[in-house]
Design a protein around this ligand. Structure first.
Ligand code: COA
Length: 184
């Protein structure tokens, strides 16, 4: 069970649940091809993004496995992206993180900073044993975040799914609780 106290403050950012009036800014970046290219939720229409936002608004706590904690990443009260922690398995204490940023705010370490806090929530507050992150092997900015977080590349899955009409490769990165406590 994870019910964070909001807003969460990191060194430069505020993480908080999504709200209805985030639609304009959420749509502004989630509809960009360069942002949704490697995402599963790749709808660009305002209606599609509104449906996604409606789900995100309810994803502010983890009460059972399978749920996602999805938070708005804010800089000076402006939403610049989103970050998530999914509780994938309770018995095995497994989780998964994900992130995306408006392109105007990339290249400054904000995704790393927000994702680092999701590792903290997962390991310290939810008591997870292992947290993984997965991305398309071509999505170098994404796997570079994982490497800066000291996550370990555990797998290169070759052609394991048909992704947007073509065979896709994925990298799987992970970190164990003991590695989080004593960074390698
Ligand atoms: C994945 C994504 C969030 C990465 O964004 P990013 O801005 O590259 O990542 P960060 O915010 O951690 O910033 C890292 C960059 O900022 C630089 N940086 C500047 N100041 C920094 C700081 N204080 N701390 C850390 N990095 C800093 C780093 O050197 C790095 O640049 P480099 O890659 O040229 O070396 C972004 O590419 C994105 O939103 N993509 C679309 C959505 C997506 O694919 N999400 C992942 C799905 S699996």
């Amino acid at each position: 069970m994870l019910r964070p106290d909001y807003p969460i403050r990191t060194a430069r950012l505020v993480l908080r649940p999504f709200q209805e009036d985030d639609l304009d800014v959420f749509h502004a970046y989630r509809s960009l091809p360069e942002v949704h290219r490697y995402l599963y939720n790749d709808t660009a229409s305002r209606e599609g993004v509104a449906e996604l936002l409606a789900r995100r608004i309810n994803e502010h706590e983890l009460t059972e496995e399978g749920q996602r904690l999805a938070l708005a990443v804010c800089l000076d009260e402006e939403v610049i992206g989103d970050v998530a922690l999914k509780w994938t398995n309770e018995a095995n204490r497994q989780g998964e993180i994900g992130y995306s940023l408006h392109p105007a705010f990339q290249g400054k370490g904000y995704a790393q900073e927000a994702a680092a806090h999701m590792l903290k929530l997962g390991f310290e507050d939810l008591g997870l044993h292992r947290i993984q992150a997965e991305c398309d092997a071509r999505n170098e900015p994404s796997w570079r975040v994982m490497e800066r977080l000291n996550m370990r590349r555990e797998a290169h899955l070759r052609h394991h799914e048909l992704f947007k009409g073509e065979w896709g490769d994925s990298y799987v990165y992970a970190m164990l609780a003991e590695e989080y406590r004593e960074p390698i």
